[in-house]
Design a protein around this ligand. Sequence first.
Ligand code: DOR
Length: 427
Amino acid sequence: MKLLLKKGWVLDPGEKIDGQFDLLVVDGKIAEIKPEIDIPVDKIIEVSGLIVAPGFIDLHAHLREPGFEHKETIASGSRAAARGGFTTVCCMPNTNPVNDSPEITRFIKAKAEKESPVNVLPIAAVTKNQKGQELAPLSELVAAGAVAFSDDGQPVYNSALMKQAMEKAAELNVPIIDHCEEKTLALTGVINEGRVSRLLGVEGIPAAAEEIMVARDIILAKNFNLPVHLAHLSTKGSVELLRWAKENRVPVSAEVTPHHLLLTEEALLSRDPNYKVNPPLRTEEDVKALRQALKEGLIEVIATDHAPHAEDEKKLGLEKAPFGINGLETAVPALLDKLVRTGEFSLNRLIEALSVVPARLLRLQNKGRIKPGADADLTLLDLKGVTSITRETFQSKSLNTPYLGSQFQGTVAMTIVNGRVVYPVLD
Ligand code: DOR
């Protein structure tokens, strides 16, 4: 099967490609990138005016299956990913049962193989049942197809166990991703502790709850020279700790979500539970620090933390609704509109954070790059197109996005996985 993408603007900061090229895909792999390719093929797609980027990889998403299929399934979450421009999604293990066994890892992979238009890569739990007591069978999990470990939703409290897990992950050559939260400080908190929580009279989650665990993980990484990846950073203090870590050559990497880059606690004045997320939306100063860190490359990755919850669950009100923002379909258009169109970030920087670096972290040699031999996973963007976020077009099974009814300038024009167009769905 030969597919030819004609006259797209190919942008790959990793391979240093920035120009108009024809791109030939043969049997799901990138075959050639040249200013002009003129050979007989099965299909030609005219893509002039569109950006052709290496396929976006979401390092942090919740697909909810098995166990919470009323919120999302592997199939619906994957369709949301395709629509949102993600060719690969890494799914967190806080399912029911927890993905702490090779059986569940294999179940997810098999289900995705059958039902998913995109690549689904399972992240397995660090500890059994995410209880923080005993390590999960990490080697077996990797053998079954896990690409990383995390107890996301929970930190690994026990530092000795965390150290052991970091050692094992390093030996297995996969990242370990920590959800940094000192729960004793965040116990009954609902939103950021500060002006808005005081105004609303709801319990707050202090920045210290995150920063204590960020500091602990950095110290473990430094003292034992073991890598760790920090999930969804949200505070200026975390950025300062990260700066110290990088200056001291500590093997630490970090991610930030679109919502922590784009929204502040002020949004919670509406009491809309669709803004309730963990870690919580913070202050303008935190947002500024996170953006600066992303610009400098202190934070390397943007990950959605796609956390679908059913409408009736989010309707329970601010105090009782579960934490989480639905992110796969809104992330790219919102980032294009609010960070790229405004000139604050280059498109190159965005592509690095959404594709090149996640591929590198996951050691995916054939992804995150447009190069002959690499998988033909591509995200095509139309910077002038408009994305409307509506109930009718939403692919996720849940609608818990604060952006329902919003329009963004910048749109995902096409998502291609292994040489197959998976969005828009063509018959
Ligand atoms: O807001 C969140 N939702 N944060 C997490 O860490 C977990 C996630 C979920 O699973 O809903």
